[in-house]
Design a protein around this ligand. Structure first.
Ligand SMILES: C[C@H](NC(=O)[C@@H](N)CCCCN)C(=O)O
Length: 517
Protein backbone atom coordinates (compact mmCIF):
# COMPACT_ATOMS: atom_id res chain seq x y z
CA UNK A 1 0.00 0.00 0.00
CA UNK A 2 1.44 3.39 -0.95
CA UNK A 3 1.81 6.24 1.53
CA UNK A 4 -1.14 8.08 0.02
CA UNK A 5 -3.44 5.15 0.73
CA UNK A 6 -2.27 4.82 4.36
CA UNK A 7 -5.09 6.85 5.82
CA UNK A 8 -5.15 5.65 9.42
CA UNK A 9 -2.96 3.91 11.99
CA UNK A 10 -4.58 0.58 11.19
CA UNK A 11 -3.33 0.76 7.62
CA UNK A 12 0.22 0.26 8.93
CA UNK A 13 1.00 -3.43 9.48
CA UNK A 14 3.66 -2.63 12.12
CA UNK A 15 1.05 -0.65 14.05
CA UNK A 16 -1.55 -3.44 13.82
CA UNK A 17 0.82 -6.12 15.14
CA UNK A 18 2.11 -3.78 17.87
CA UNK A 19 -1.50 -3.19 18.97
CA UNK A 20 -2.13 -6.96 18.97
CA UNK A 21 0.82 -7.45 21.34
CA UNK A 22 -0.29 -4.62 23.66
CA UNK A 23 -3.75 -6.16 23.76
CA UNK A 24 -2.66 -9.78 24.09
CA UNK A 25 -1.02 -9.01 27.45
CA UNK A 26 -4.51 -9.20 28.97
CA UNK A 27 -5.26 -12.52 27.24
CA UNK A 28 -1.92 -13.99 28.34
CA UNK A 29 -2.21 -12.90 31.97
CA UNK A 30 -5.89 -13.75 32.48
CA UNK A 31 -5.40 -17.26 31.04
CA UNK A 32 -2.32 -17.59 33.31
CA UNK A 33 -4.36 -16.57 36.37
CA UNK A 34 -7.20 -18.90 35.37
CA UNK A 35 -4.94 -21.95 35.16
CA UNK A 36 -1.89 -21.48 37.41
CA UNK A 37 -3.48 -23.09 40.50
CA UNK A 38 -3.34 -26.45 38.67
CA UNK A 39 0.41 -26.67 39.26
CA UNK A 40 -0.07 -25.85 42.95
CA UNK A 41 -2.84 -28.29 43.89
CA UNK A 42 -0.60 -30.59 45.95
CA UNK A 43 1.00 -27.62 47.71
CA UNK A 44 -2.39 -26.06 48.45
CA UNK A 45 -3.23 -29.32 50.22
CA UNK A 46 0.01 -29.68 52.18
CA UNK A 47 0.67 -25.97 52.95
CA UNK A 48 -2.86 -24.56 53.33
CA UNK A 49 -4.80 -27.71 54.14
CA UNK A 50 -7.20 -27.30 51.21
CA UNK A 51 -9.07 -30.48 50.25
CA UNK A 52 -9.74 -31.41 46.60
CA UNK A 53 -13.34 -30.27 47.04
CA UNK A 54 -12.13 -26.85 48.28
CA UNK A 55 -9.67 -26.62 45.39
CA UNK A 56 -12.57 -27.38 43.02
CA UNK A 57 -14.78 -24.85 44.81
CA UNK A 58 -12.21 -22.07 44.27
CA UNK A 59 -12.13 -22.86 40.54
CA UNK A 60 -15.88 -23.36 40.17
CA UNK A 61 -16.87 -20.11 41.85
CA UNK A 62 -14.62 -18.24 39.38
CA UNK A 63 -17.40 -18.86 36.85
CA UNK A 64 -20.38 -17.89 39.02
CA UNK A 65 -20.97 -14.33 37.76
CA UNK A 66 -20.63 -15.54 34.16
CA UNK A 67 -23.22 -18.26 34.70
CA UNK A 68 -25.73 -15.59 35.65
CA UNK A 69 -25.22 -13.26 32.72
CA UNK A 70 -21.99 -11.33 33.37
CA UNK A 71 -20.71 -11.99 29.83
CA UNK A 72 -23.96 -10.70 28.33
CA UNK A 73 -23.96 -7.65 30.64
CA UNK A 74 -20.29 -7.08 29.75
CA UNK A 75 -21.17 -7.29 26.04
CA UNK A 76 -23.93 -4.69 26.48
CA UNK A 77 -21.49 -2.44 28.43
CA UNK A 78 -18.95 -2.90 25.66
CA UNK A 79 -21.52 -1.71 23.11
CA UNK A 80 -22.41 1.31 25.25
CA UNK A 81 -18.98 2.33 26.58
CA UNK A 82 -16.72 1.21 23.75
CA UNK A 83 -13.49 -0.80 23.83
CA UNK A 84 -11.40 1.56 25.96
CA UNK A 85 -13.73 2.02 28.93
CA UNK A 86 -14.95 -1.60 28.88
CA UNK A 87 -11.34 -2.90 28.70
CA UNK A 88 -10.20 -0.69 31.59
CA UNK A 89 -13.26 -1.45 33.76
CA UNK A 90 -13.32 -5.23 33.26
CA UNK A 91 -9.50 -5.50 33.15
CA UNK A 92 -9.53 -3.48 36.40
CA UNK A 93 -12.06 -5.90 37.95
CA UNK A 94 -9.76 -8.81 37.02
CA UNK A 95 -6.76 -6.98 38.59
CA UNK A 96 -8.75 -6.26 41.76
CA UNK A 97 -9.83 -9.90 41.99
CA UNK A 98 -6.24 -11.07 41.46
CA UNK A 99 -4.98 -8.68 44.15
CA UNK A 100 -7.61 -9.87 46.69
CA UNK A 101 -6.71 -13.53 46.04
CA UNK A 102 -2.99 -12.71 46.40
CA UNK A 103 -3.55 -10.84 49.69
CA UNK A 104 -5.74 -13.68 50.94
CA UNK A 105 -3.09 -16.31 50.11
CA UNK A 106 -0.49 -14.26 52.00
CA UNK A 107 -2.67 -14.30 55.11
CA UNK A 108 -3.58 -10.58 54.95
CA UNK A 109 -7.25 -11.23 55.77
CA UNK A 110 -6.40 -13.81 58.43
CA UNK A 111 -4.20 -16.88 58.37
CA UNK A 112 -6.87 -19.37 59.40
CA UNK A 113 -8.16 -21.90 56.89
CA UNK A 114 -11.64 -20.32 56.49
CA UNK A 115 -10.46 -16.71 55.97
CA UNK A 116 -7.89 -17.76 53.40
CA UNK A 117 -10.33 -19.97 51.49
CA UNK A 118 -13.22 -17.50 51.51
CA UNK A 119 -11.14 -14.47 50.52
CA UNK A 120 -9.32 -16.37 47.75
CA UNK A 121 -12.81 -17.24 46.48
CA UNK A 122 -13.96 -13.59 46.68
CA UNK A 123 -10.91 -12.62 44.62
CA UNK A 124 -11.57 -15.38 42.09
CA UNK A 125 -15.24 -14.38 41.71
CA UNK A 126 -14.15 -10.83 40.84
CA UNK A 127 -11.38 -12.10 38.58
CA UNK A 128 -13.81 -14.42 36.77
CA UNK A 129 -16.25 -11.53 36.23
CA UNK A 130 -13.52 -9.66 34.38
CA UNK A 131 -11.91 -12.61 32.57
CA UNK A 132 -14.60 -13.53 30.05
CA UNK A 133 -15.56 -9.93 29.21
CA UNK A 134 -11.87 -9.14 28.66
CA UNK A 135 -11.83 -12.00 26.10
CA UNK A 136 -14.84 -10.44 24.32
CA UNK A 137 -13.16 -6.99 24.40
CA UNK A 138 -10.01 -8.52 22.92
CA UNK A 139 -11.95 -10.16 20.07
CA UNK A 140 -13.81 -6.91 19.29
CA UNK A 141 -10.54 -4.94 19.33
CA UNK A 142 -8.85 -7.37 16.97
CA UNK A 143 -11.78 -7.04 14.55
CA UNK A 144 -11.48 -3.23 14.79
CA UNK A 145 -7.81 -3.26 13.77
CA UNK A 146 -7.62 -6.31 11.50
CA UNK A 147 -10.85 -6.38 9.44
CA UNK A 148 -9.72 -6.52 5.87
CA UNK A 149 -6.23 -7.69 6.96
CA UNK A 150 -5.18 -11.16 8.32
CA UNK A 151 -8.09 -11.25 10.78
CA UNK A 152 -8.07 -15.03 11.33
CA UNK A 153 -4.29 -15.06 11.85
CA UNK A 154 -4.50 -12.21 14.37
CA UNK A 155 -7.22 -14.07 16.29
CA UNK A 156 -5.16 -17.28 16.27
CA UNK A 157 -2.10 -15.42 17.58
CA UNK A 158 -4.15 -13.78 20.34
CA UNK A 159 -5.46 -17.22 21.30
CA UNK A 160 -1.85 -18.48 21.18
CA UNK A 161 -0.92 -15.86 23.80
CA UNK A 162 -3.76 -17.18 25.98
CA UNK A 163 -2.61 -20.79 25.65
CA UNK A 164 0.99 -19.73 26.35
CA UNK A 165 -0.26 -18.05 29.54
CA UNK A 166 -2.08 -21.27 30.56
CA UNK A 167 0.99 -23.39 29.81
CA UNK A 168 3.48 -21.15 31.60
CA UNK A 169 1.19 -20.64 34.58
CA UNK A 170 0.77 -24.42 34.94
CA UNK A 171 4.43 -25.26 34.37
CA UNK A 172 6.19 -22.55 36.34
CA UNK A 173 4.02 -21.63 39.33
CA UNK A 174 5.65 -24.14 41.64
CA UNK A 175 9.11 -22.83 40.72
CA UNK A 176 7.97 -19.19 41.00
CA UNK A 177 6.46 -19.88 44.42
CA UNK A 178 9.68 -21.60 45.53
CA UNK A 179 7.68 -24.18 47.44
CA UNK A 180 5.00 -21.75 48.71
CA UNK A 181 1.59 -20.86 47.29
CA UNK A 182 1.50 -17.15 48.13
CA UNK A 183 4.39 -15.84 45.94
CA UNK A 184 2.95 -17.69 42.93
CA UNK A 185 -0.47 -16.02 43.44
CA UNK A 186 1.16 -12.59 43.86
CA UNK A 187 3.17 -13.13 40.67
CA UNK A 188 0.06 -14.18 38.71
CA UNK A 189 -1.90 -11.16 39.98
CA UNK A 190 0.99 -8.80 39.15
CA UNK A 191 0.96 -10.09 35.57
CA UNK A 192 -2.67 -8.95 35.13
CA UNK A 193 -1.69 -5.53 36.58
CA UNK A 194 1.16 -5.20 34.07
CA UNK A 195 -1.18 -6.28 31.26
CA UNK A 196 -3.64 -3.56 32.26
CA UNK A 197 -0.82 -1.00 31.95
CA UNK A 198 -0.14 -2.38 28.45
CA UNK A 199 -3.85 -1.94 27.70
CA UNK A 200 -3.73 1.67 28.95
CA UNK A 201 -0.88 2.33 26.48
CA UNK A 202 -3.05 0.72 23.80
CA UNK A 203 -5.91 3.14 24.53
CA UNK A 204 -3.73 6.11 23.46
CA UNK A 205 -3.52 4.61 19.96
CA UNK A 206 -7.18 3.61 20.02
CA UNK A 207 -8.16 7.26 20.65
CA UNK A 208 -5.93 8.35 17.77
CA UNK A 209 -7.44 5.76 15.41
CA UNK A 210 -10.99 6.84 16.32
CA UNK A 211 -10.08 10.48 15.60
CA UNK A 212 -8.57 9.55 12.23
CA UNK A 213 -11.58 7.42 11.26
CA UNK A 214 -14.01 10.13 12.34
CA UNK A 215 -12.14 12.73 10.29
CA UNK A 216 -12.32 10.45 7.24
CA UNK A 217 -16.02 9.65 7.67
CA UNK A 218 -16.83 13.37 8.29
CA UNK A 219 -15.07 14.23 5.08
CA UNK A 220 -16.53 11.50 2.89
CA UNK A 221 -19.89 11.01 4.57
CA UNK A 222 -19.12 7.23 4.86
CA UNK A 223 -21.30 5.53 7.50
CA UNK A 224 -20.16 2.23 9.04
CA UNK A 225 -22.58 -0.67 9.39
CA UNK A 226 -22.98 -0.91 13.18
CA UNK A 227 -23.30 -4.23 15.00
CA UNK A 228 -26.81 -4.46 16.39
CA UNK A 229 -27.29 -4.21 20.15
CA UNK A 230 -28.11 -7.26 22.26
CA UNK A 231 -31.82 -8.17 22.36
CA UNK A 232 -33.38 -11.04 24.34
CA UNK A 233 -35.50 -11.91 21.31
CA UNK A 234 -32.23 -12.66 19.43
CA UNK A 235 -31.31 -15.13 22.11
CA UNK A 236 -34.61 -16.99 21.70
CA UNK A 237 -34.19 -17.03 17.92
CA UNK A 238 -30.67 -18.40 18.30
CA UNK A 239 -31.66 -21.18 20.70
CA UNK A 240 -34.50 -22.20 18.36
CA UNK A 241 -31.94 -22.75 15.60
CA UNK A 242 -31.05 -26.48 15.81
CA UNK A 243 -27.51 -26.11 14.43
CA UNK A 244 -26.74 -23.33 16.90
CA UNK A 245 -28.25 -25.29 19.79
CA UNK A 246 -26.15 -28.38 19.02
CA UNK A 247 -22.91 -26.44 18.62
CA UNK A 248 -23.59 -24.48 21.84
CA UNK A 249 -24.22 -27.73 23.76
CA UNK A 250 -21.12 -29.24 22.18
CA UNK A 251 -19.18 -26.23 23.47
CA UNK A 252 -20.46 -27.08 26.98
CA UNK A 253 -19.62 -30.81 26.93
CA UNK A 254 -16.35 -30.51 25.06
CA UNK A 255 -14.85 -27.70 27.17
CA UNK A 256 -16.18 -29.35 30.36
CA UNK A 257 -13.99 -32.33 29.53
CA UNK A 258 -10.91 -30.19 28.82
CA UNK A 259 -10.61 -27.07 31.02
CA UNK A 260 -11.49 -28.83 34.32
CA UNK A 261 -9.26 -31.77 33.38
CA UNK A 262 -6.33 -29.39 32.86
CA UNK A 263 -6.74 -28.02 36.40
CA UNK A 264 -6.32 -31.49 37.86
CA UNK A 265 -3.88 -32.92 35.28
CA UNK A 266 -0.59 -32.18 37.13
CA UNK A 267 -1.95 -33.72 40.36
CA UNK A 268 -3.31 -36.71 38.40
CA UNK A 269 0.07 -37.35 36.78
CA UNK A 270 1.80 -37.15 40.17
CA UNK A 271 -0.74 -39.32 42.03
CA UNK A 272 -1.48 -41.93 39.38
CA UNK A 273 1.67 -42.18 37.29
CA UNK A 274 4.35 -41.14 39.80
CA UNK A 275 5.46 -37.93 38.04
CA UNK A 276 7.51 -35.61 40.26
CA UNK A 277 6.84 -32.15 41.62
CA UNK A 278 10.43 -31.64 42.76
CA UNK A 279 11.88 -28.18 42.54
CA UNK A 280 15.27 -28.02 40.79
CA UNK A 281 18.35 -26.79 42.67
CA UNK A 282 19.52 -23.21 41.96
CA UNK A 283 22.65 -24.46 40.12
CA UNK A 284 20.55 -26.73 37.88
CA UNK A 285 18.21 -23.86 37.05
CA UNK A 286 21.15 -21.69 35.90
CA UNK A 287 22.61 -24.53 33.82
CA UNK A 288 19.29 -25.47 32.15
CA UNK A 289 18.30 -21.84 31.77
CA UNK A 290 21.50 -20.93 29.93
CA UNK A 291 21.28 -24.08 27.76
CA UNK A 292 17.61 -23.44 26.93
CA UNK A 293 18.16 -19.72 26.23
CA UNK A 294 21.23 -20.48 24.07
CA UNK A 295 19.53 -23.21 22.01
CA UNK A 296 16.27 -21.27 21.71
CA UNK A 297 18.07 -18.11 20.53
CA UNK A 298 19.93 -20.05 17.83
CA UNK A 299 16.67 -21.65 16.73
CA UNK A 300 14.89 -18.29 16.84
CA UNK A 301 17.55 -16.63 14.67
CA UNK A 302 17.17 -19.48 12.17
CA UNK A 303 13.42 -19.10 12.35
CA UNK A 304 13.51 -15.33 11.75
CA UNK A 305 15.72 -15.87 8.72
CA UNK A 306 13.29 -18.51 7.49
CA UNK A 307 10.37 -16.10 7.83
CA UNK A 308 12.31 -13.33 6.10
CA UNK A 309 13.16 -15.77 3.35
CA UNK A 310 9.57 -16.96 3.08
CA UNK A 311 8.09 -13.49 2.70
CA UNK A 312 10.36 -12.53 -0.20
CA UNK A 313 7.82 -12.69 -3.07
CA UNK A 314 7.66 -15.90 -5.11
CA UNK A 315 10.26 -17.78 -3.08
CA UNK A 316 7.90 -20.65 -2.45
CA UNK A 317 6.93 -20.91 -6.11
CA UNK A 318 10.19 -22.72 -6.69
CA UNK A 319 10.12 -26.46 -5.77
CA UNK A 320 13.84 -26.61 -4.97
CA UNK A 321 13.63 -23.58 -2.67
CA UNK A 322 10.67 -25.10 -0.93
CA UNK A 323 12.54 -28.37 -0.40
CA UNK A 324 15.65 -26.55 0.90
CA UNK A 325 13.54 -24.51 3.28
CA UNK A 326 11.71 -27.54 4.65
CA UNK A 327 14.90 -29.64 5.11
CA UNK A 328 16.67 -26.67 6.75
CA UNK A 329 13.80 -26.24 9.18
CA UNK A 330 13.84 -29.98 9.99
CA UNK A 331 17.63 -30.07 10.58
CA UNK A 332 17.44 -26.99 12.83
CA UNK A 333 14.59 -28.55 14.79
CA UNK A 334 16.52 -31.85 15.26
CA UNK A 335 19.56 -29.88 16.45
CA UNK A 336 17.32 -27.98 18.85
CA UNK A 337 15.84 -31.20 20.26
CA UNK A 338 19.36 -32.66 20.63
CA UNK A 339 20.61 -29.70 22.68
CA UNK A 340 17.43 -29.63 24.72
CA UNK A 341 17.21 -33.40 25.34
CA UNK A 342 18.29 -33.30 29.04
CA UNK A 343 15.89 -30.50 29.77
CA UNK A 344 13.09 -32.29 27.89
CA UNK A 345 13.73 -35.49 29.89
CA UNK A 346 13.40 -33.59 33.18
CA UNK A 347 10.41 -31.66 31.84
CA UNK A 348 8.62 -34.88 30.84
CA UNK A 349 9.14 -36.32 34.32
CA UNK A 350 7.47 -33.42 36.12
CA UNK A 351 3.66 -33.47 36.50
CA UNK A 352 2.92 -29.76 36.03
CA UNK A 353 5.45 -29.32 33.24
CA UNK A 354 4.16 -32.33 31.30
CA UNK A 355 0.54 -31.15 31.71
CA UNK A 356 1.57 -27.73 30.37
CA UNK A 357 2.39 -29.38 27.03
CA UNK A 358 -1.37 -29.69 26.33
CA UNK A 359 -2.00 -25.93 25.92
CA UNK A 360 1.51 -25.44 24.53
CA UNK A 361 0.88 -27.98 21.73
CA UNK A 362 -2.35 -26.23 20.73
CA UNK A 363 -0.35 -23.11 19.80
CA UNK A 364 1.15 -25.11 16.93
CA UNK A 365 -1.78 -27.40 16.08
CA UNK A 366 -4.73 -24.95 16.18
CA UNK A 367 -3.53 -22.77 13.25
CA UNK A 368 -2.72 -25.94 11.24
CA UNK A 369 -6.23 -27.34 11.74
CA UNK A 370 -7.71 -23.85 11.24
CA UNK A 371 -6.00 -23.68 7.89
CA UNK A 372 -7.33 -27.18 7.02
CA UNK A 373 -10.89 -26.12 7.91
CA UNK A 374 -10.49 -22.94 5.80
CA UNK A 375 -9.21 -24.85 2.78
CA UNK A 376 -10.97 -28.25 2.96
CA UNK A 377 -13.93 -27.76 5.33
CA UNK A 378 -15.16 -30.92 7.15
CA UNK A 379 -15.72 -28.93 10.35
CA UNK A 380 -18.52 -31.15 11.72
CA UNK A 381 -16.55 -34.35 10.92
CA UNK A 382 -13.47 -32.92 12.65
CA UNK A 383 -15.56 -32.25 15.75
CA UNK A 384 -16.55 -35.96 15.72
CA UNK A 385 -12.87 -36.91 15.41
CA UNK A 386 -11.91 -34.49 18.23
CA UNK A 387 -14.55 -36.03 20.49
CA UNK A 388 -13.24 -39.56 19.72
CA UNK A 389 -9.72 -38.46 20.67
CA UNK A 390 -11.14 -36.99 23.88
CA UNK A 391 -12.64 -40.37 24.79
CA UNK A 392 -9.36 -42.19 24.09
CA UNK A 393 -7.44 -39.61 26.16
CA UNK A 394 -9.65 -39.87 29.24
CA UNK A 395 -9.79 -43.69 29.08
CA UNK A 396 -6.01 -43.90 28.84
CA UNK A 397 -5.62 -41.54 31.80
CA UNK A 398 -8.24 -43.20 34.01
CA UNK A 399 -8.73 -46.96 33.68
CA UNK A 400 -5.37 -47.74 32.03
CA UNK A 401 -2.22 -47.66 34.13
CA UNK A 402 0.56 -47.46 31.57
CA UNK A 403 2.64 -44.28 31.58
CA UNK A 404 3.51 -44.53 27.86
CA UNK A 405 -0.16 -44.87 26.92
CA UNK A 406 -0.75 -41.89 29.24
CA UNK A 407 1.70 -39.82 27.14
CA UNK A 408 -0.36 -40.80 24.05
CA UNK A 409 -3.50 -39.86 25.95
CA UNK A 410 -2.10 -36.40 26.69
CA UNK A 411 -1.04 -36.03 23.06
CA UNK A 412 -4.49 -36.97 21.78
CA UNK A 413 -6.03 -34.55 24.27
CA UNK A 414 -3.76 -31.81 22.88
CA UNK A 415 -4.83 -32.68 19.32
CA UNK A 416 -8.52 -32.71 20.32
CA UNK A 417 -8.08 -29.38 22.12
CA UNK A 418 -6.70 -27.93 18.88
CA UNK A 419 -9.07 -29.66 16.48
CA UNK A 420 -12.44 -28.87 18.04
CA UNK A 421 -11.90 -25.10 18.72
CA UNK A 422 -10.37 -24.71 15.22
CA UNK A 423 -13.55 -26.24 13.74
CA UNK A 424 -16.09 -24.91 16.25
CA UNK A 425 -15.54 -21.16 16.38
CA UNK A 426 -15.45 -20.52 12.59
CA UNK A 427 -18.56 -22.74 12.24
CA UNK A 428 -20.52 -20.40 14.53
CA UNK A 429 -19.76 -17.63 12.06
CA UNK A 430 -21.39 -19.75 9.32
CA UNK A 431 -24.51 -20.47 11.35
CA UNK A 432 -25.12 -16.98 12.75
CA UNK A 433 -25.39 -13.64 10.89
CA UNK A 434 -22.38 -11.35 11.41
CA UNK A 435 -24.29 -8.71 13.37
CA UNK A 436 -25.51 -11.39 15.80
CA UNK A 437 -22.12 -12.99 16.38
CA UNK A 438 -21.50 -11.05 19.61
CA UNK A 439 -24.75 -12.40 21.07
CA UNK A 440 -23.96 -15.90 19.81
CA UNK A 441 -20.49 -16.05 21.39
CA UNK A 442 -21.74 -14.48 24.65
CA UNK A 443 -24.52 -17.12 24.82
CA UNK A 444 -22.08 -19.96 24.14
CA UNK A 445 -19.57 -18.71 26.75
CA UNK A 446 -22.38 -18.33 29.32
CA UNK A 447 -23.55 -21.93 28.79
CA UNK A 448 -19.93 -23.09 28.75
CA UNK A 449 -19.44 -21.56 32.22
CA UNK A 450 -22.30 -23.74 33.58
CA UNK A 451 -20.45 -26.86 32.43
CA UNK A 452 -17.16 -25.59 33.82
CA UNK A 453 -18.76 -24.80 37.20
CA UNK A 454 -20.14 -28.32 37.47
CA UNK A 455 -16.93 -30.12 36.52
CA UNK A 456 -14.39 -27.83 38.26
CA UNK A 457 -16.20 -28.48 41.51
CA UNK A 458 -17.53 -31.97 40.72
CA UNK A 459 -14.13 -33.54 39.99
CA UNK A 460 -12.70 -32.20 43.27
CA UNK A 461 -15.70 -33.32 45.31
CA UNK A 462 -15.72 -36.77 43.67
CA UNK A 463 -11.99 -37.09 44.28
CA UNK A 464 -12.49 -36.50 48.01
CA UNK A 465 -15.48 -38.87 48.02
CA UNK A 466 -13.68 -41.83 46.44
CA UNK A 467 -10.54 -41.23 48.53
CA UNK A 468 -12.17 -40.92 51.95
CA UNK A 469 -9.77 -41.75 54.74
CA UNK A 470 -6.65 -41.21 52.63
CA UNK A 471 -4.59 -38.42 54.27
CA UNK A 472 -3.26 -35.42 52.25
CA UNK A 473 0.07 -36.23 50.65
CA UNK A 474 -0.81 -39.92 50.02
CA UNK A 475 -1.54 -40.99 46.40
CA UNK A 476 -5.17 -40.45 45.41
CA UNK A 477 -7.25 -42.58 43.06
CA UNK A 478 -8.32 -40.51 40.05
CA UNK A 479 -10.04 -43.35 38.11
CA UNK A 480 -13.71 -42.45 38.64
CA UNK A 481 -13.40 -38.62 38.47
CA UNK A 482 -11.62 -38.85 35.09
CA UNK A 483 -13.84 -41.68 33.82
CA UNK A 484 -16.80 -39.32 34.23
CA UNK A 485 -15.19 -37.10 31.58
CA UNK A 486 -15.39 -40.00 29.09
CA UNK A 487 -19.16 -39.45 29.33
CA UNK A 488 -18.67 -35.86 28.12
CA UNK A 489 -16.76 -37.29 25.13
CA UNK A 490 -19.68 -39.60 24.21
CA UNK A 491 -22.22 -36.77 24.50
CA UNK A 492 -19.90 -34.61 22.34
CA UNK A 493 -19.84 -37.28 19.61
CA UNK A 494 -23.63 -37.55 19.72
CA UNK A 495 -24.01 -33.75 19.46
CA UNK A 496 -21.47 -33.58 16.60
CA UNK A 497 -23.53 -36.15 14.65
CA UNK A 498 -26.73 -34.20 15.34
CA UNK A 499 -24.94 -31.03 14.17
CA UNK A 500 -23.82 -32.73 10.96
CA UNK A 501 -27.37 -33.94 10.33
CA UNK A 502 -28.91 -30.53 11.08
CA UNK A 503 -26.37 -28.87 8.79
CA UNK A 504 -27.40 -31.16 5.94
CA UNK A 505 -30.98 -29.88 6.37
CA UNK A 506 -30.19 -26.22 7.08
CA UNK A 507 -27.37 -25.94 4.54
CA UNK A 508 -24.87 -23.80 6.46
CA UNK A 509 -22.02 -25.55 4.66
CA UNK A 510 -20.14 -26.64 7.78
CA UNK A 511 -18.48 -29.42 5.78
CA UNK A 512 -17.44 -27.02 3.00
CA UNK A 513 -14.24 -24.92 2.88
CA UNK A 514 -14.65 -21.44 4.39
CA UNK A 515 -13.61 -19.79 1.15
CA UNK A 516 -16.49 -21.38 -0.77
CA UNK A 517 -19.19 -19.60 1.30
C1 LIG B 1 -11.95 -19.59 22.45
C2 LIG B 1 -12.10 -20.26 23.77
N1 LIG B 1 -12.40 -19.27 24.75
C3 LIG B 1 -13.18 -19.53 25.77
O1 LIG B 1 -13.64 -20.63 25.92
C4 LIG B 1 -13.51 -18.39 26.69
N2 LIG B 1 -14.70 -18.71 27.42
C5 LIG B 1 -12.35 -18.03 27.58
C6 LIG B 1 -11.97 -19.06 28.57
C7 LIG B 1 -10.73 -18.72 29.31
C8 LIG B 1 -10.35 -19.80 30.26
N3 LIG B 1 -9.04 -20.31 30.15
C9 LIG B 1 -10.83 -21.04 24.10
O2 LIG B 1 -10.07 -20.62 24.98
O3 LIG B 1 -10.66 -22.10 23.46
Amino acid sequence: MTETLKRTLRDSSAMRWAMLILLSGLTFSTYWFQDFFSGLKGLMGSEMGFSSEEFGRILALTTIANMFGMIIIGGIMLDKWGIRVAGIVFGGIAVLGGAISALAASGFFGSDHGSMLNMIIVGRILFGSGLEVVCVVATRTIVKWFKGYDLALAMAINMGFGRLGSAMGTALSLDIGGGHVSPAVTFAATLIGLALIMFLIYTVFDIKLDKQEKAISDKSGEVCDPEEDFKFSDLITLIKNKSFLYIALLCVTFYAAIFPFMQYAPDLLINKFGFTQNLPQAGEVILWGSKAIGASSIYLIFFLFAILFAVVPNNFENKKTRFLFKSGALIAFCFYLFVMKDILAIWLDNGAKTASLIPLGTIIFTPIFGNYVDKKGKAASLMILGSLLLIFAHISLSILDNVYIAYFGLLSLGVAFSLVPAAMWPSVAKIVAENRLGTAYATMFTLQNWGLFLFFWGIGALLDFVNQGIPEGQPKDYTIPILVLVGCGFISIFLSFLLKKADRKQNYGLELPSNSN
